[in-house]
Ligand binder design. Structure first.
Ligand code: PMP
Length: 404
């Protein structure tokens, strides 16, 4: 298989549009990716042809929808190398981490330790802070080096008999750093801790095999993976999920309910209370199918070429400070422009049709680590082109001139 960016762009209707009279250059895919026609059509088709609530059916549409929903679970399981019963549908990456933190929290005591890193997204910080606030669990923070890598020696030094959970991003949404998940899982397990990876960014840019990594929990969202919003995935090892108490209560997650007692369904349904995001699951399934039809190594190479081209194009820019330069990093460029607020940079770039993100990127501890209050971020996806990379360099250079 090879990778044809023009053909891929054809799959994304939104890429045809203009912004302020200029062709859209969408460099904000790390926040949320655009959707291919396959996803849009799968969701529309379901609504037009085969839609009902799942798991309750004695009628044709309910059965068809249930089949589509459970087929999606099999597809996602195969996509990450999991067993079918190990895949829980949530409403997003954030909810998946909250589910695990709340469940594990029930087993933790004051003084137990959770190891995070300075590069975590708030989604992988705040749920653990709840446990600190509410029950005296201690949070430990693995340092990030100046070039944006996880300091492995420091991480190792934090692990000990009190470490119960290690929760780390597989790929940073700010730095682009890709952490060595397999080695980190081994280190965590040697210390007797469970390990959760926040794979919201990593899974978009590389094939992930949760069994090879040996993750206890692995979390990602649909909307960054070219799927819809409102759907996330929690992978948990079968025995880990079986040991977790339910997160939300309601229909479909129970075994039996009487006035005096309840019993719970087995995972994954135990964690899918109420009507699940049915259409979103169908959309995610289509996204996984669509992505699986492409050469993922060629995609990663393509994204990397774009990133390298931009770095090269900006190599003489002494007004630019790049945050995150770790070896093997993915195609995310976080930066500050001398004398300019990141929000202003993003707003001026928008006038050129270029969409980038600016702010703290839900990673305030990381901003503090690098001594900035915000940064701008250009993130590259499979549908971006070399022309767009060059245009971004040109537009950013012109933007900088406003502040010079
Ligand atoms: N973790 C990382 C690294 C992310 O980039 C994001 C999304 N910005 C999240 C977690 C949150 O995921 P979701 O949007 O699915 O809740």
């Amino acid at each position: 298989m090879s990778f044809d960016v023009a053909a891929v762009r054809h799959d994304f209707p939104i890429l045809q549009r203009q912004v302020h009279g200029k062709p859209l250059v969408y460099l904000d895919s790390a926040a949320s990716a655009q959707k291919p026609r396959a996803v849009i059509e799968a969701m529309t088709r379901a609504m037009e042809h085969s839609y009902a609530n799942v798991h309750r059916g004695l009628h044709t549409l309910a059965n068809e929808t249930t089949d589509a929903y459970e087929a999606a679970r099999r597809k996602v399981a195969a996509f990450i190398g999991a067993e079918v019963g190990e895949v829980v549908f949530t409403k997003g990456g954030t909810e998946a981490i909250n589910l695990v933190a709340a469940g594990l929290g029930a087993t933790l005591q004051a003084g137990d330790e959770i190891v995070l890193s300075e590069m975590e997204h708030h989604a992988n910080i705040v749920p653990w802070h709840f446990l600190r606030e509410r029950q005296g669990v201690v949070l430990k923070w693995a340092r990030v080096t100046d070039d944006g890598a996880l300091d492995l020696e420091h991480f190792q030094s934090l692990l000990g008999p009190k470490t119960k959970v290690v929760a780390l991003s597989h790929m940073s949404n700010v730095l682009g750093t890709i952490n060595p998940a397999k080695a980190l899982a081994r280190m965590a397990h040697e210390a007797g801790a469970l390990v959760l990876f926040d794979g919201c960014q990593a899974i978009v840019h590389q094939a992930v095999d949760v069994k090879d990594i040996d993750a206890d929990f692995y979390v990602f969202s649909g909307h960054k993976l070219y799927g819809p919003t409102g759907i996330g995935i929690l992978y948990g090892k079968a025995d880990r999920l079986a040991a977790l108490p339910p997160y939300q209560g309601g229909g479909e997650m129970i075994g039996q309910v009487t006035q005096d007692l309840i019993t719970y369904a087995d995972p994954p349904h135990r964690f899918e209370a109420g009507t699940p995001p049915i259409l979103e699951v169908i959309g995610l399934s289509a996204a996984v199918d669509w992505l699986s039809g492409l050469d993922r190594i060629a995609i990663a190479e393509h994204e990397h070429r774009l990133y390298a081209r931009v770095r090269e194009g900006l190599s003489g820019a002494n007004w630019l400070k790049v945050i995150g330069d770790a070896d093997g990093k993915g195609a995310i460029l976080s930066f500050t422009v001398e004398g300019a607020h990141a929000h202003d940079v993003a707003q001026i770039l928008d006038r050129y049709g270029v969409a980038v993100r600016a702010g703290t990127h839900c990673a305030e501890p990381l901003m503090k680590r690098f001594g900035v209050t915000s940064s701008a971020r250009a993130s590259f996806a499979l549908y971006n082109t070399e022309e767009e990379a060059d245009f971004f360099v040109e537009a950013l250079t012109k933007t900088q001139a406003f502040f010079a």
